[in-house]
Design a protein around this ligand. Structure first.
Ligand code: CA
Length: 227
């Protein structure tokens, strides 16, 4: 299992590298955003750890750039910043998870293992499973989405949210349920990250199509059903 760690603080970089290597991972270090972006395009890493405040190219830019060609690789942002706005910017750039420094190394390890399990045996490989709601189609193996046969490009997080809604089968799911199932973490209370992501999805899934699929149950949550 190979991990790319893009981090400009040498002490943080080497201590984390050492810890991960002791746990059986191969870790390549990149000291700035430009080098990190280049390395990410040269090798198929199993996971990328990405600092936000980096020389030359910041973490958000690096993340967007990686996502433009690779929607699969899990990206965990590791940063000293920790506001909800910054988390949302990270997720918006295509990150899958977010850890605020200083953090417990064991927690990072646990989250890395969740992602690597998902990418490997966790997925319905082979032909995968096709999920359909009206003319919306999800392929759970390739994690690709189309409506009326037209491909729709989603970030990993947007896809996870959509698949969760589809699998809920028209049932109303609460924001709390969504943050727990889709983000795996309990967000700071009061965050509107779910609403922000529902808006991203609506733009991609519903704006140019009929019938509208993503419905709001006022004061409760969301559900997916043709209007
Ligand atoms: Ca930094």
């Amino acid at each position: 299992m190979s991990i790319l760690f893009i981090e400009d603080e040498p002490k943080v970089a080497t201590s984390l590298q050492k810890g991960l290597e002791e746990n059986g991972f191969e870790v390549d270090l990149a000291p700035d955003g430009a080098v990190g972006r280049h390395m990410a395009s040269q090798k198929a890493y199993d996971l990328i750890l990405l600092d936000i405040n980096l020389p030359f190219v910041n973490g958000y830019e690096v993340c967007r750039s990686i996502r433009s060609t690779n929607t699969e690789v899990p990206i965990i942002m590791v940063t000293a910043r920790g506001t909800v706005d910054e988390k949302i910017s990270g997720f918006d750039a295509g990150a899958d998870d977010y850890m605020v420094k200083p953090f417990d190394f064991r927690e990072l390890l646990a989250r890395i293992r969740v992602f690597l399990k998902r990418g490997g045996g966790g997925k319905e490989m082979n032909e995968g499973l096709i999920l359909r709601v009206a003319d919306l189609e999800l392929n759970t193996a390739s994690q690709t989405v189309s409506r009326q046969g037209m491909p729709i490009v989603l970030t990993a997080k947007e896809y996870a949210l959509l698949e969760f809604l589809v699998r809920s089968n028209g049932r109303v799911v609460t924001r709390a349920e969504i943050t727990e199932k889709v983000w795996d973490v309990n967000f700071d209370t009061g965050t509107n990250v779910v609403d922000v992501y529902i808006n991203f999805l609506r733009k991609k899934i519903d704006r140019n199509f009929e019938p509208k699929l993503i419905q709001t149950k006022q004061g409760v949550g969301y559900f997916l059903k043709p209007q």
